[in-house]
Ligand binder design. Structure first.
Ligand SMILES: Cc1cc2nc3c(=O)[nH]c(=O)nc-3n(C[C@H](O)[C@H](O)[C@H](O)COP(=O)(O)OP(=O)(O)OC[C@H]3O[C@@H](n4cnc5c(N)ncnc54)[C@H](O)[C@@H]3O)c2cc1C
Length: 302
């Protein structure tokens, strides 16, 4: 996507503002800017930061915020459930399962809930691959992540032999993704309860000073999905652009004029005028700017 707006040559992005493979360790923030420190010790300064790490990463505290995120934000982040969704791939020397397109899925019933329940063959997508996929979630995902792949393969074979008989061949290869233990994921996606307090969602999405939060967990309609992440990214960039526009107008001396309608909306200017964020438990951006506007809420996030 960056290719659409950064300078490229022969398919390579030449703009050195795009930094790949940098691990963010710390985000420092104050009233007028942000500083991002990466694991290799590099320091980047900017007017704003858009943080798109997963809700699991936010919960893991692997990024240090200085000053720390306010209590309402940390509370909301802690409240969002993280789903672990694991697709284990097993390759066989030959097919032993029914593989017509109408029979892509089969289900195994075990006393233990979620124990190697959902199976799918890959013949429709990758004919001749001789691959089966079994999906595990949450508790079973974490259990399997903690054991060796050999143990997982052994368990899966017991289940398959229960379904297809003792003569099926052993798998020749296995891939067990570890979304829960991956420090860049810490889970697969957000899982808000069906009936939950919407304030939790709003607080997760709400910016803190110059830090804007995006990613699938900030998509009101499509959290958990790729398109949710995409749409949330568009939303967040819109909000940041609006902030940049406001900043520019302020620079041109129209600060008071601009802030008046903002004040009327939020009824509060919550950050101190000084160049610190010691009081940063609130933000001064109206909710409708970072929500999709459907709710029309006008209060500031506290
Ligand atoms: C097994 C599985 C199956 C799925 N199936 C579907 C599906 O069928 N359909 C669907 O719509 N969705 C599916 N999803 C969900 C979908 O993948 C996510 O909703 C989507 O990827 C979220 O995108 P995101 O940009 O919000 O977050 P991510 O994709 O998690 O992107 C966050 C990025 O931040 C990076 N990062 C983390 N920490 C740091 C750090 N400290 N410094 C720098 N970078 C960091 C990560 O490396 C990552 O690149 C599935 C997910 C899984 C795991």
């Amino acid at each position: 996507m960056a290719e659409d707006f950064l300078h490229t040559s022969e398919g390579r992005i030449l703009d050195n503002r795009l930094k790949l493979n940098q691990v963010v360790r710390e985000i420092q923030h104050w009233r007028s800017g942000v500083r991002v420190v990466t694991e290799d010790g590099s320091v980047y300064e900017a007017n704003y930061v858009v943080l798109s790490v997963s809700i699991g990463v936010l919960q893991s505290n692997s990024i240090f915020f200085n000053p720390s995120l306010p209590g309402w934000k940390l509370e909301a982040i802690a409240k969002c459930e993280v789903m672990v969704y694991t697709k284990i791939f097993l390759q066989f020397p030959y097919k032993f399962w029914p593989s017509c397109p109408e029979k892509e899925f089969f289900i195994y019933a075990h006393d233990r809930r979620g124990y190697y329940t959902f199976w799918q063959h890959m013949e429709t997508a990758y004919p001749g691959s001789n691959i089966l996929v079994v999906t595990l979630t949450n508790g079973e995902s974490k259990r399997v992540e903690a054991q060796s792949d050999t143990d997982t393969l052994r368990e899966a074979m017991v289940v398959l032999r229960d379904m297809f008989g003792p003569d099926i061949p052993d798998a020749i290869d296995i891939i067990v993704p570890r979304w829960w233990n991956n420090r860049f994921q810490r889970g697969s996606y957000s899982n808000y309860p069906i009936i939950s307090n919407p304030q939790v969602f709003y607080d997760i999405k709400a910016p803190v000073g110059r830090i804007f939060f995006t990613g699938e967990h900030t998509s009101e309609r499509f959290n958990g999905y790729v398109h949710g992440a995409y749409l949330a990214g568009i939303d967040s960039s819109r909000v940041v652009l609006e902030e940049i526009r406001k900043d520019k107008e302020t620079e041109h001396g129209s600060q008071t004029q601009l802030q008046e309608p903002l004040l009327a909306l939020t009824e509060l200017i919550t950050m101190s005028r000084s160049d610190t964020v010691s009081n940063l438990h609130k933000c001064d951006i109206p909710t409708e700017l970072y929500l999709s506007g459907k709710r029309g809420m006008t209060e500031a996030i506290l």
